[in-house]
Write a protein that binds this ligand. Sequence first.
Ligand code: GAR
Length: 200
Amino acid sequence: MLNVAVLVSGGGTNLQAIIDAIKAGSITNAQIKVVISNNKDAYALERAKAAGIKELCISPKDFEDRAKFNEALIDAIDKENIDLIVLAGFLVVIPEAMVKKYKNRIINIHPSLIPSFCGKGYYGLKVHEAALARGVKVTGATVHFVDEGTDTGPIIYQKAVEIKEGDTPEVLQRRVMEEAEWKLLPQAIDALANGRVKLG
Ligand code: GAR
């Protein structure tokens, strides 16, 4: 059984997709041990509570400096015996020490086809704004392993999503979530939990 920590910052629709997939049996051999948010108002925490999953808020604002926050985040994960860390809309830079300690055991969902519209400054709606501003006709989502860079780790799965005339960033974000993110992330967790993708 793969012990999973899900790290979130916002609405938590990707977290919900994971919870639902575990319930439906489309993810097997995995359980969410803890949901951690950097933001105490994140609706994702309500989703965890409703599903009976342990939830924690660990915010940089509550610590003297970034090093102390990083330490607390790593400690919280270490305590739960975690095999896989899933970044599901987590908008905080992952401490380098955590990347090293959990090498090949951290995955992230990004709302574009990497290497387009990724890296520093590309998160959430900004990604979709940039795709529309560039005029690309196809975008999508990517699940990848997390390394020391921003959105630079090995790609696990990608799925393309069509951009339609008249799309706003919000409309496009929703389509990318529905058609790609909510499918890819559970698929990747199931693949990792069942040895179809190697944890390294
Ligand atoms: C998702 O679209 C996710 O891909 C994105 O934040 C959103 C979180 O939504 N992540 C990034 O942009 C990371 N660079 P959610 O809280 O409803 O899952």
